[in-house]
Design a binder for this molecule. Structure first.
Ligand code: NDP
Length: 448
């Protein structure tokens, strides 16, 4: 079969790219019923063309630390597909970043961006640079050196990077400042900018708010809701913080946060002001949360049960994995289900392993895959591009309303597509087919 042939090709061509192969396998598995019905995709070699990026650049980033010692990091930008619009996708600065992780993120981004209904293509980039423990001046110098290479490949109508793990408003500021100098022009070639110089209201909140809006849609379709419900959130970065903010706003009780060193369980609910103070102002670690809040228990990662993430051992009605890929194992999925979890909404990209996804689908709980559930971030980035192009700034309410509508539309499109293929609760199938159909048709329309 077509999908099997392509998967075999990817497995033999990229044996070491584990995350990329995982993302492709999930996608191809979900597309199988469509590919069986529609021979045109094979005729036009759409899968062959989608699993190879249009281009990928791999460069070195040379910068000097505060002691004057020269440091060298690796940088990537993978431009996957621009059938629907300029390439678009974040930059990740994290020591674990590698070609496989950047490629899986770029591949997913194609279909996620298609689901937003906006005209944006898919890309991703990053570096193995670790911003943790670096001085402000070191971060600035690194960002400048990174942009010295990247600026050749990006532009407001060409490729528009944004943030991701390790890249927030501060890093976008330094990247943008350097870009502006190098091209001698002020153009919206990056999103996630500061509000005073081209950023959009709600961009910071968008992914977290969007994930909660998506949860409300899934639950609403089953006549359920989040009010009064205990929720578990992993991570403590941008996505986690604004998921927690929106959960409180809709009357839910978020009780956990985590980072790579450990987790917090606060039975009274996570104090948002304290969390923001520690993470956004002090740029500290969540261990400090427990030092400032009596009801909180801190568990270091080394004390987690083997093969599990401690966050998912806390009984909850809804889980919001919002840290990183493969942070929720099959064992975690089983524990969540045994403890009565009815809803899993992926704020992070591909946070559940393939086996965990199968467990959620089998249990027929509300499961919102990342491609659909965390599309709010890139959607508001798309709205930032629209505001930059028109030299207008929209109010918080206007952008938030647009975000809300986009998330509702993504749910409707994904669930209607799932129903069309006789598996109405399977949003993995629905989101993948809906996103793929749009991109594939654009590729067919535009020729090869
Ligand atoms: P941040 O850098 O703001 O926060 C990342 C959080 O995840 C931190 O708490 C970090 O802990 C934790 N984390 C990162 N890597 C690991 C790891 N290997 N093990 C355990 N914990 C880890 O990133 P974001 O909040 O922006 O991104 C989180 C996820 O959401 C990512 O998967 C990203 O791709 C996805 N996403 C983000 C969007 C956005 O708009 N920002 C949009 C769509 C998806 P520590 O500080 O210890 O590293």
């Amino acid at each position: 079969m077509y999908a099997d042939r392509i998967l075999k090709h990817v497995e033999s061509a990229y044996p070491q790219q584990v995350e990329f192969r995982q993302a492709v396998a999930e996608m191809l598995h979900a597309l199988s019923p469509l590919l069986r019905k529609e021979p045109k995709y094979e005729k036009y070699a759409i899968l062959e063309r989608l699993v190879e990026p249009d281009r990928q650049v791999f460069f070195k980033v040379v910068w000097a630390d505060d002691k004057g010692k020269v440091q060298v990091n690796r940088g990537w930008r993978v431009q996957f597909n621009n059938a629907l619009g300029p390439y678009k996708g974040g930059l990740r600065f994290h020591p674990s970043a590698n070609a496989s992780i950047i490629k899986f993120l770029g591949f997913e981004q194609i279909f996620k961006n298609a689901l937003t209904t906006l005209n944006i293509g898919g890309a991703k980039g990053g570096s193995d640079f670790d911003p943790k423990g670096k001085s402000e001046a070191e971060i600035m110098r690194f960002c400048q050196a990174y942009m010295d290479e990247l600026h050749r490949y990006i532009g407001a109508l060409k490729d528009v990077p944004a943030g991701d793990i390790g890249v927030g408003a501060r890093e976008i500021g330094y990247l943008f400042g350097r870009y502006k100098k190098l091209v001698d022009g002020f153009e919206g070639a990056l999103t996630g900018k500061n509000l005073d110089w081209g950023g959009s209201l709600v961009r910071k909140e968008a992914t977290g708010y969007g994930a909660v809006y998506f949860a409300q849609e899934m639950l609403g379709a089953r006549k359920e809701g989040l009010e009064g419900k205990v929720c578990s959130v992993s991570g403590s970065g941008n996505v986690a913080i604004y998921t927690i903010e929106k959960l409180w706003q809709v009357g839910a009780i978020p009780v956990t946060v985590s980072d790579s060193k450990g987790m917090i369980y606060d039975k009274e609910g996570i104090n948002l002001d304290l969390l923001k103070e520690i993470k956004e102002v002090r740029k500290g670690r969540i261990e400090d949360y427990a030092k400032n809040k009596k009801s909180a228990i801190y568990t270091p990662t080394k004390d987690y049960k083997a093969g599990t993430n401690g966050v998912w051992g806390v009984p909850c009605f809804a889980a919001f994995p919002s840290a990183t890929q493969n942070e929720l194992s099959e064992l975690d999925a089983k524990t969540l289900l045994q403890n009565g979890c009815k809803c899993v909404v992926e704020g992070a990209n591909m946070p559940s392993t393939a086996e965990a996804v199968q467990a959620f689908l089998k249990a027929k709980i509300c499961y919102g895959p990342s491609k659909a559930a965390n599309a709010g971030g890139v959607a508001v980035s798309g709205l930032e591009m629209a505001q930059n192009a028109s030299l207008h700034t929209w109010s918080f309410e206007v952008v938030d309303q647009k975000l809300h509508t986009i998330m509702q539309d993504i749910f409707t499109n994904s669930s209607q597509t799932a129903a069309e293929f006789k598996d109405p609760t399977n949003l993995v199938l629905g989101a993948n087919i809906a996103g793929f159909r749009k991109v594939a048709q654009a590729m067919i329309d535009q020729g090869y």
